[in-house]
Design a protein around this ligand. Structure first.
Ligand code: AMP
Ligand code: ZN
Length: 144
């Protein structure tokens, strides 16, 4: 009888998504700090927030950067990013903008080498002149 199956090795796939690294803070985040999650990713508030409600969207699999993510993880982190943004909008009506950022690699400023997406809520007047936003990662290049 013809069976509806192919040769995909789902055990290998499952094993891949279970990759964790001992000693990695984002592999060992306690459940009580998680504000949102799905099967592949989770969200916490940053421990040293740039602004109130600064959040990190983190794939559960231990990979270094966004460029290592599978399409499923990209979809998952993107969904949680949008959901977190919506929740912050509801929680704090003073939020009027966001910066979304990733530091990929030490040269780009990464300090925790487990992929994460920064979602940084912004409020009118939180800096004197916000013009240029993420361009300010290189001092003096923010204003153009
Ligand atoms: P990056 O420099 O892009 O690698 O960002 C690392 C982020 O992780 C920083 O914004 C830190 O404030 C944050 N962080 C570091 N340690 C912790 C921790 N134990 N819990 C939550 N956030 C943390
Ligand atoms: Zn990790």
């Amino acid at each position: 009888m013809k069976r509806d199956r192919d040769d995909t090795d789902f055990r290998g796939l499952k094993k891949m998504y279970e990759k964790r690294e001992a000693g990695c803070i984002f592999c060992e985040i306690p459940d009580k700090r998680i504000v949102l999650e799905d099967e592949l990713s989770y969200v916490i508030r940053d421990g040293f927030p740039v602004t109130f409600l600064h959040s990190l969207i983190i794939p559960k699999r231990h990979v270094k950067t966004y460029f290592d993510l599978s399409q499923s993880e990209i979809n998952s982190t993107n969904r949680l990013l949008i959901e977190t943004q919506r929740l912050i909008d509801v929680e704090d009506h003073g939020v009027s903008g966001y910066n979304i950022g990733m530091n990929s690699g030490e040269s780009a400023g990464q300090t925790v080498f487990h992929c994460h997406i920064h979602l940084i809520p912004r409020r009118d007047g939180d800096v004197e002149n916000p013009r240029g936003g993420v361009r300010h990662i290189i001092a003096g290049k923010g204003y153009y």
